[in-house]
Design a protein around this ligand. Structure first.
Ligand SMILES: [Zn+2]
Length: 102
């Protein structure tokens, strides 16, 4: 089966969530702090490649900028200035917080 592609990434400022819509019709909403805590960069994750760990941000964050990386990921810059993580689509699906109403 082909890996699902990201169709739309929409910021929901009121609920502090990022809504992702996928090519397989899956829709999920990721709280900003949740995404920040799962930042996949080497600084946040260290050298362990065994499993991505959740590191909750010390203060609530919002998303400053959101940019596609090739056709495989998203670059997210948070309001705390951190933005070195590249969120691959397969990773985003892996940490999917669950289905929501479309
Ligand atoms: Zn990071």
């Amino acid at each position: 089966m082909e890996a699902p592609q990201l169709i739309e990434a929409r910021r929901l400022p009121e609920s502090h969530r990022l809504r992702l819509t996928w090519s397989d019709d899956h829709v999920a909403e990721y709280p900003y702090d949740y995404l920040r805590g799962y930042c996949p960069c080497a600084v946040c994750q260290g050298h362990s490649v065994v499993e991505i760990k959740f590191h909750p941000p010390s203060a609530p964050v919002t998303i400053e900028t959101l940019e596609p990386v090739g056709n495989y990921g998203l670059s997210i810059v948070f309001s705390d200035g951190h933005g070195t993580g590249i969120y691959r689509f397969d990773f985003l699906r892996q940490i999917d917080p669950g289905e929501t109403e479309a």
